[in-house]
Structures are given as C-alpha cells and as structure tokens.
Write a protein that binds this ligand. Structure first.
Ligand SMILES: Nc1ncnc2c1ncn2[C@@H]1O[C@H](COP(=O)(O)OP(=O)(O)OP(=O)(O)O)[C@@H](O)[C@H]1O
Ligand SMILES: [Mg+2]
Length: 170
C-alpha cells in the first residue's frame, strides 16, 4: 500500500523521555504550540515529572517566577515577561471540591487569556474547557535508572483535532 502524501495530524503522541532535562525540553516545545485559553492536564504518580514538565513550559512561555511544587497554594500565576499569555499552574491534589473551589481562588487573571496547567486534575477541572490536552507520565517498566518516562499526549476537542503533536518529538 502506498504511503499517504501527508500523514494525518496526530492528536495522540507517545514519547520516551530519558531524563529530567529532556522533560524540560518537552515542556519548552509544548510552549510553542500552546495558545491562550489552552488547558493542559498532567497525570502521573508522585515524582513522575509533572512539575518538571511545567517548569520547561514556563521557560518556553517566558514567564516570571520559578515553577515549583506549590506547597501552600493551590494555584500560582506566572505573568509573562513579554507579551505572551500568563501561565496558571494548579496543583489540584489539594483541590477537593473541584471547579467551584477553583473559581473561589480569585486568581486575578483571565483564564481564557492564560495557559492553564493542572496537576492531578482528572475528575476535577475538565469543565474548565471542552478542549484540553491530557499528558500522562509513567515511569518506564523495568527502568533501573529511574529516569525513563513514557509520556502520552492526547488532545481532546476541536482545538486539538487539527493540531499536529508530532512537532513535539522532533
Ligand atoms: N525523565 C524524567 N522526567 C522528569 N523528572 C525526572 C525524570 N527522571 C528523573 N526525574 C526526577 O523525578 C522528579 C520529578 O519531580 P516532579 O516534582 O517533577 O514530579 P511531580 O510529578 O510533579 O510530582 P508530584 O506528584 O509530587 O507533584 C525530579 O526530582 C526529577 O529530577
Ligand atoms: Mg508536582
């Protein structure tokens, strides 16, 4: 069978990430394809690398402030140092009540104008946007270095239907 001239854009992408540095690089690449209003949901066990990915994303977006694991806050706003969108970094692990609680946070930022990244958001913040990018991070089975991660990205909704995620694996 003949290969199609242009392959269909991938709305799902699986990647192997070999180090924290590579995870940061993935975040920086992701920053290039994200737009204001985009919601990114990060799933993965403790220490999987969700915050490490978000740190790279913050670097790529050129936002102010170090992206860290918010210990005493549920969400942190990182304004852009240029004219890009702010990054809103949410740790939903401690967000018991879901979206209502999120709205009560009074973030003083317009969510439709921001890039929103939520750790542990499954079942809590889907209503923020019909369109979202799910990122699942798993430790690779049998990896003795404990540095290898399998990352699955899956775009949901019209926003991602035509997006080509393969640029992330370049
Ligand atoms: N390939 C990798 N990608 C990301 N982090 C890695 C990788 N290999 C090792 N690490 C290490 O694993 C840890 C990941 O921590 P990080 O805070 O990013 O995880 P997390 O998923 O946000 O955890 P939590 O659920 O506690 O928020 C860091 O210490 C990082 O250096
Ligand atoms: Mg984290």
């Amino acid at each position: 069978m003949e290969a199609p001239h242009s392959p269909a854009p991938a709305t799902t992408l699986r990647l192997t990430v070999n180090s924290p540095e590579q995870m940061g690089e993935l975040g920086r690449r992701l920053a290039k394809i994200l737009r204001p209003g985009d919601l990114v949901m990060l799933t993965g066990e403790l220490g999987a690398g969700k915050t490490t990915l978000t740190r790279g994303l913050g670097e790529g977006l050129g936002v102010r402030g170090a992206v860290t694991s918010p210990t005493f806050v549920i969400a942190r706003v990182h304004p852009s140092l240029g004219d890009g969108p702010p990054l809103v970094h949410v740790d939903a692990y401690r967000l018991g009540g879901g979206l209502d609680e999120m709205e009560d946070l009074d973030l003083d930022v317009s969510l439709p104008d921001s890039v929103i990244v939520v750790e542990w958001g499954d079942g809590k913040v889907e209503e923020l946007s019909e369109d979202r990018l799910h990122v699942l991070i798993h430790r690779a089975v049998g990896d003795t270095s404990d540095e290898v991660r399998e990352v699955t990205l899956r775009g949901i909704g019209a926003r991602w239907a035509g997006a080509d995620l393969t640029v992330l694996s370049a």
